[in-house]
Write a protein that binds this ligand. Structure first.
Ligand code: NAD
Length: 364
């Protein structure tokens, strides 16, 4: 197994990445890229994606973008972690073998703890279990759970839903002058692991819920259990509500949806909600307040970190709940500086991870 440094400085997605390596293992057929964006705050924790990339170039670009995103997410979540990500070039349905993941774990070991590997699209809990036999630099598999958890394994989705709820609650307070969630009208797109959890929290807090999902069973459950009202297709954008919570797909704030939106606040779990930066500009021009997705949906990585370092569920949830304070701080800074929230979030993250690591004396 060989690790070769790749010079990515000329690539458009290069953003001062600290280290990018190509992993090649002839025996197992492993071809992977590991990218570390910034490790000033701690080792780069990030998922291992497995995907049949059309070229190595495509894999490198994905690794560069994803690892950068993790630096921002971890910093805003107040975690002692940096940004890292890995991608395995291969078809998850056909190309998985025990040797492949053993080689990947050995590659992670070669980085000496700078990268902590985790599950992502295309890799499974079983893949993590296998790698956990060969590396300690891993946050995944059945062994990963809070010290007092009775569950068989860790599901980060409830923590993600809690974080989105706390962030949404703070944003509502900010946007609607101290208002609580009672009677608040919220439209939720996507009732999966996170969206349904968010809907439950909102229902408990007295919000009036509107839902849309392509999965009719989930919609029926929400209507029956949470007295939600079903919206169909684009109604989810057009219906007059206070808050729109995208919890299904990325890119939903786009040319087609933005002209239909009938809300004052957007706060949801989906990754990369703004199709382009210009859509953020358009939201601000329409006086719709957008809460940056990566700040809101960090509950999952927070709970993974806490499970890894041996915290209790209560300690983990307390940290997740801090997302509310972070959202409040960033919205206030945005208001006073007249800079859009998503740009302030990036600035706040950079203030945290771009600073030099403190000297030992300073810490003491
Ligand atoms: P999920 O797959 O459990 O749920 C997604 C839901 O969206 C499903 O019910 C699906 O039927 C629905 N959906 C798909 N296409 C749709 C469409 N066109 N219109 C309406 N509904 C549609 O996913 P999840 O784990 O709940 O995650 C939701 C979002 O949050 C994703 O974008 C994910 O990347 C992001 N996220 C999740 C976590 C986590 O901990 N699970 C963490 C961070 C970010």
């Amino acid at each position: 197994m060989k690790l070769q440094a790749i010079d990515v400085r000329a690539k458009a997605d290069f953003d001062g990445h600290e280290k990018v390596v190509r992993v090649v293992d002839q025996d197992s057929g492993l071809r992977a890229i590991i990218a570390l964006h910034n490790t000033n705050l701690g080792p780069g924790l990030g998922g291992c994606r497995m995907y049949p990339y059309a070229s190595e170039e495509a894999a490198i670009i994905d690794a560069l973008r994803l690892s950068r995103g993790m630096s921002y997410k971890a910093a805003m979540a107040g975690l002692p972690l940096g940004g890292g990500k890995s991608v395995i070039m291969g078809d998850p349905k056909r190309d998985k073998t025990p040797d492949l993941f053993t080689a990947m774990a050995n590659a992670v070991n070669e980085l000496g703890g700078l990268y902590i590997i985790a599950q992502d699209s295309g890799t499974s809990m079983e893949d993590m279990d296998l790698m956990a036999e060969h590396t300690e630099h891993i946050a995944g598999g059945k062994q990963l759970r809070h010290t007092d958890s009775k569950n068989e394994s860790l599901d980060p989705s409830p923590a993600t839903a809690l974080g989105v709820f706390k962030g949404l609650e703070a944003a509502v307070k900010f946007r609607f002058g101290g208002r609580t969630l009672s009677g608040l009208r919220v439209a939720i797109q996507g009732l999966g692991n996170v969206g349904f959890g968010l809907a439950r929290h909102l229902h408990k807090a007295g919000a009036v819920i509107f839902v849309q999902d392509i999965n009719a069973t989930q919609v029926r459950r929400a209507v029956q259990e949470l007295r939600a009202t079903e919206l169909v297709g684009d109604q989810i954008y057009r219906h007059k509500v206070d808050v729109f919570a995208p919890c299904a797909l990325g890119g939903v704030i786009n040319d087609a949806s933005i002209v239909q939106l009938n809300c004052q606040l957007i706060a949801g779990a989906a990754n990369n909600q703004l199709l382009t930066a210009d859509h953020g500009r358009q939201l601000a021009a329409s006086d719709i307040l957008y809460v940056p997705d990566y700040v809101l949906n960090a509950g999952g990585i927070i709970c993974i970190h806490h499970a890894r370092v041996g915290s209790s569920i209560a300690e983990s949830n307390q940290h997740v709940a801090n997302i509310g304070d972070t959202v409040m701080e960033l919205l206030q800074r945005s208001k006073y500086s007249a800079v859009r929230p998503e740009r302030i979030a990036d600035r706040m993250a950079e203030e945290r991870f771009k600073r030099e690591s403190p000297d030992v004396d300073e810490v003491a």
